[in-house]
Design a protein around this ligand. Sequence first.
Ligand SMILES: [Zn+2]
Length: 190
Amino acid sequence: MPAAFPDFRLGKVLATSFTGTLSERHGDAVERIPTPQRLVDWLAVNGLAVDSCTAAQLELARELRESIHAAATAAALGDTLPAAAVHVINERSAQGRAAAVLTPEGERRWGLGPEARVEDALGVIAADAIDIVAGERDGRLALCASPTCRAAFFDTSRSRTRRWCDMNTCGNREKKARFHGRRKEPGAAG
Ligand SMILES: [Zn+2]
């Protein structure tokens, strides 16, 4: 019953979309890949369809996710990267066997090989994380301004002034909170 699970939040950057499968890390955390099948679903909508996923592979995925989150957070803050997180990201990157495929339409797809293992998909995500943490792509790592979220996101806006990981959730909530805060203020001009 997919409807019983929290929706995915789809971003344009693979690595930070992946870390976004756990949201509200500093509030009431929402796990968006609670079962192996939900990881399969998430990978499919992100162009990384795999044949199957075991509980152990879901654990690998979550370990990678939290490692990317830790490394991206450190990078956003200008801190030293946590060694354990770097190790996990490198392991997953090394063990994936995906190949970039150029389509006749000039788009890039990922070919995960005949077995299409979860490990191959995680390799693609780990490599994407390495790109953005290492500053190989045009953009800036930043932390969401929402105090219950603090997700690391990749800001590709021209001014590099994006404040929220996701405008539809964190951004919207903050705007509403400010609006209500203003209205409750005694004597505020309305
Ligand atoms: Zn956020």
